[in-house]
Design a protein around this ligand. Structure first.
Ligand SMILES: O=P(O)(O)OC[C@H]1O[C@H](O)[C@H](O)[C@@H](O)[C@@H]1O
Length: 617
């Protein structure tokens, strides 16, 4: 198996190219490799503080151009730039316009060697290199849509067999060949998908984008451990719980939120007198806790998640494909769209490689250090969740403390957005005129409605013309105020174009990560929050034990928060202890709190009942 670590480690460190006077890109010398990045990188002057120092009456655009090249404003030159840089993929029906990002020809030239190194790294990754060195894993989501690219026949067979199994199972469910055991409907009518993060965001985005108006199975999601949210989903299912297929998705098979969702759903099944295993499907890694549970309990079906597919890039695995197929979305078309896009993204010519063009634009717009946020604005309701999906893909992949050489870099690009033209009535005001800390990405869909459904709501103008006008207007209004933007245009929202969009951004993230020399495929930072949450729950158990002991005394001994903290041997955790008590008190947890919650020192607590067994446990 090849290794790409050498390619990564030979990448030059990131530098703020636009603020360099030298025409060549400074390459970090070996001897500098262990210097913290802030010592090797020129500091970017933040636009806001620069703006504050400007004397009144100064031409702001002139000041900005000291930080950024002045953007081209001549309409003819802009048209030429548009035509020169426009990327088109005919088979997908996708265009990428980066003309409203102000990178210069010199910048592109300077970046060329780094792009070649990044594209080489992608090539090695696709061949099966350990592209996720921290976890010692291959990164194989590209093989999912072209199994011939898998590095060995075993993996190829695994991919092909899983795809066939997904299609077969979905057909059997949709056709009613596999029936729920006790539903009067005689067939499954609902899907309840339980999963979080990469095990939810892709399926949510795709369902919103592509599900037909009246799918044979309607999907809903539990993607949190919020009891009220879970109750809401279950309540909405009502008697249709009996015809609900529950898909539990977790790569690790041990994510607490997903486990809790499953336990809550299983309880609802018990209470309704239903047999959960006959309606349960697991998508997880082989031999995970979830997999073993599903196997032992005899769930209806189990589908694998592969070690070499990360959660946030799992849309083309069973995670995304099974829910999509159950909604009768053409998953083979999704895969085709992704593989066509992958093929285009293998070009070593930047302007012919859409993912490289995106990465180039991101690098320029954010100075390669995430100095600007990425605002995603799809002008199409069905693409509403694209920004949420991209938020995880981009931020979990690029938001890293250390680079591959161990330098502290605190990399990342913040992503947010919703949809146009809705957002024009919300926050576009700030984008146009306020703090200049973003670049926009417009997602344009050319086809307004299915053929034969359009009408003119005023002479010569349709509803979709308004949407189009709003997009074009916002693009040019932002640009005229020096706000850069990218436009991704698709002909229609179809399984093919959605598959292509997913693949486009997956690859752009990979290339960008390589440019800034970070591992895009791990998420060490996520563990800190999980660990801290576990510590809070452990502390809660100690608090309960202390309160139980005091409450078993005669007479009962109410304790102040300080006393509880002392007895837990955790005086430094007093604030969390107070919050634990306040949370339990708000939830009728047999805990009696006296005093005023607004003044925590006045609060005294004891348990409403003494549990002698627990005292001696
Ligand atoms: O699929 P799971 O193992 O349940 O993981 C679900 C999610 O949880 C984690 O916190 C990770 O940060 C995500 O990348 C992942 O997608």
């Amino acid at each position: 198996m090849a290794s790409i670590s050498s390619i990564y480690s030979s990448s030059p460190t990131l530098n703020n190219q636009k603020n360099q006077n030298a025409s060549s890109i400074p390459i970090r010398r070996r001897s500098q490799q262990h210097l913290p990045i802030y010592q090797t990188r020129p500091k970017l002057p933040p636009t806001r503080s620069v703006a504050r120092e400007i004397p009144t009456g100064t031409d702001l655009s002139a000041v900005q151009s000291t930080n950024h090249h002045r953007l081209e404003k001549d309409p003819r030159a802009l048209w030429r730039r548009y035509v020169d840089w426009l990327y088109q993929h005919k088979e997908i029906g996708l265009y990428l316009d980066v003309s409203r990002v102000g990178f210069t020809d010199e910048f592109v030239k300077e970046m060329e060697p780094r792009f070649q190194a990044a594209l080489k790294a992608m090539e090695e990754l696709e061949k099966g290199a350990i592209a996720n060195p921290d976890e010692g894993r291959m990164v194989g989501h590209y093989w999912l849509r072209d199994s011939n690219r898998a590095p060995n026949i075993f993996l190829k067979t695994q991919i092909d067999k899983t795809l066939d199994a997904i299609c077969g199972f979905a057909d059997d469910i949709v056709s009613g060949k596999i029936k729920p055991p006790s539903s009067p409907e005689g067939r499954f009518t609902q899907i309840l998908s339980v999963g979080i993060g990469g095990s939810a965001l892709g399926p949510q985005f795709v369902a919103e984008a592509l599900a037909p108006d009246n799918p044979p199975l309607k999907i809903r999601f539990i993607d949190n451990t919020d009891p009220a949210g879970i109750d809401h989903q279950i309540a909405q299912l009502g008697p249709e719980l009996a015809s609900t297929l529950v898909i539990v998705i977790s790569k690790s098979g041990g994510t607490p939120e997903t486990r809790n969702g499953l336990l809550e759903v299983q309880k609802a099944f018990r209470e309704a007198g239903l047999d959960f295993p006959k309606q349960g499907v697991a998508i997880t890694q082989e031999n995970s806790l979830l997999d073993n549970t599903a196997r032992i309990e005899g769930w209806l079906a189990r589908f694998p998640m592969f070690d070499w597919v990360g959660g946030r890039t799992s849309e083309m695995s069973a995670v995304g494909l099974l829910p999509a197929a159950l909604q009768t979305i053409d998953i083979r078309e999704m895969l085709l769209g992704a593989s066509l896009m992958d093929e285009a993204n293998r070009s070593t010519v930047i302007r012919n490689n859409p993912a490289a063009l995106l990465a180039l634009s991101w690098y320029w717009a954010t100075d390669g250090v995430g100095s600007k946020d990425m605002v995603i604005l799809p002008y199409k309701d069905s693409l509403l969740l694209f920004s949420r999906y991209l938020q995880q893909l981009v931020m979990e992949s690029l938001g890293k403390e250390y680079d591959l050489d161990g330098n502290r870099v605190n990399q990342g690009i913040s992503v947010y957005g919703n949809k146009g033209s809705t957002d024009q009535h919300a926050y576009i005001q700030q984008l146009r005129e306020g703090v200049h800390n973003f670049f926009a990405t417009f997602i344009e869909v050319l086809r307004d409605r299915p053929p034969g459904h359009d009408w003119e709501l005023e002479p010569g103008v349709t509803c979709g013309d308004y949407l189009f006008g709003m997009l074009q207007g916002t693009r040019s209004a932002l640009y005229s105020n020096d706000r850069e933007s990218i436009t991704v245009t698709v002909q229609e929202v179809t399984p093919r174009s959605v598959g292509a969009l997913v693949a486009l951004y997956e690859r752009a993230v990979g290339i960008y990560a390589s440019l800034v020399n970070i591992n895009a495929y791990h998420q060490p930072g996520v563990e800190a929050g999980k660990k801290a949450a576990g510590e809070v729950l452990a502390l809660q158990k100690r608090v309960l034990a202390v309160l139980n002991e005091a409450s078993c005394k005669e007479p009962v001994e109410p304790l102040t928060i300080e006393e509880v903290a002392e007895r837990c041997h955790a005086p430094e955790d007093i604030e969390v202890i107070y919050k634990i008590i306040a949370h339990m008190a708000a939830n009728d947890r047999a805990l009696i709190a006296e005093g005023n919650c607004g003044s925590p020192r006045s609060v005294k607590v004891f348990l409403g009942e003494c549990n002698v067994d627990e005292m001696y446990a």
